[in-house]
Design a protein around this ligand. Structure first.
Ligand SMILES: CC(C)(COP(=O)(O)OP(=O)(O)OC[C@H]1O[C@@H](n2cnc3c(N)ncnc32)[C@H](O)[C@@H]1OP(=O)(O)O)[C@@H](O)C(=O)NCCC(=O)NCCS
Length: 183
């Protein structure tokens, strides 16, 4: 089972740790930003209570972490992986999907690249998962850049997210990261 807290001694400014109920006000502050959820396919949070519910449900598992600042423990984003069965991505049998976001004040400082790198190292060390899949809306190239910096390769596939709360189809570019060689 993946470790609950993931950190590195080699100069990283972030730590991945489980979400806590007490993070709800901070989660609401960042996840109510209309520039965050819609870029990842989910609606902005409406209240602290909703954020707390999400911490207790969606975020309450062994493969979802708060991205926190090492110096302050403040949660400034989320990252995780899980079954890809409920999305349109062309996942292979048993291939998890990766998702993440970072609060807007912290964009373009390498935070998400650090977080994804830490999570991938942990998956490599503690699981036999052969590969990961992810995707990003074509009008959100920063997310694709994060994946490519961490070794993901475009599959050449695209798909549409038809389940969108905004009620319109949006094109997704698909990327995959091989983790262990398949014999
Ligand atoms: C995508 C997101 C997670 C990136 O987080 P971040 O911490 O800013 O990422 P990093 O700083 O590690 O890397 C961002 C990279 O994208 C690049 N980038 C930023 N805006 C860009 C743009 N418009 N076009 C192309 N590249 C862009 C940055 O220059 C950087 O690459 P570089 O290091 O080669 O210069 C963050 O913007 C976010 O949370 N967005 C909203 C939610 C979301 O999109 N989630 C992912 C859904 S698939």
């Amino acid at each position: 089972m993946p470790k609950k807290v993931i950190s590195s001694h080699t100069g990283k400014s972030i730590v991945l740790r489980p979400w806590r109920d007490s993070d709800a006000p901070t989660l609401f502050r960042y996840a109510s930003d209309p520039e965050i959820g819609p870029r990842a396919g989910w609606p902005p949070h409406q209240s602290v209570d909703e954020s707390r519910d999400i911490i207790r449900t969606l975020f309450s598992n062994h493969t979802t972490w708060a991205i926190t600042l090492k110096d302050t423990d403040e949660p400034i984003g989320a990252i995780g992986y899980g079954p890809a069965c409920n999305c349109k991505l062309p996942a292979r049998e048993g291939e998890p999907i990766v998702g993440y976001w970072v609060a807007r004040p912290y964009w373009n400082r390498g935070v998400c690249t650090q977080a994804l790198g830490l999570m991938i190292d942990q998956i490599r060390k503690t699981t036999e998962i052969p590969s990961l899949i992810s995707g990003h809306f074509v009008d959100n190239p920063a997310s694709g850049r994060v994946m490519e910096k961490c070794g993901f390769v475009p599959t050449g596939d695209t798909c549409f997210d038809e389940s969108l709360f905004e009620g319109k189809d949006r094109l997704i570019r698909v990327l995959r990261l091989p983790l262990h060689s398949v014999t």
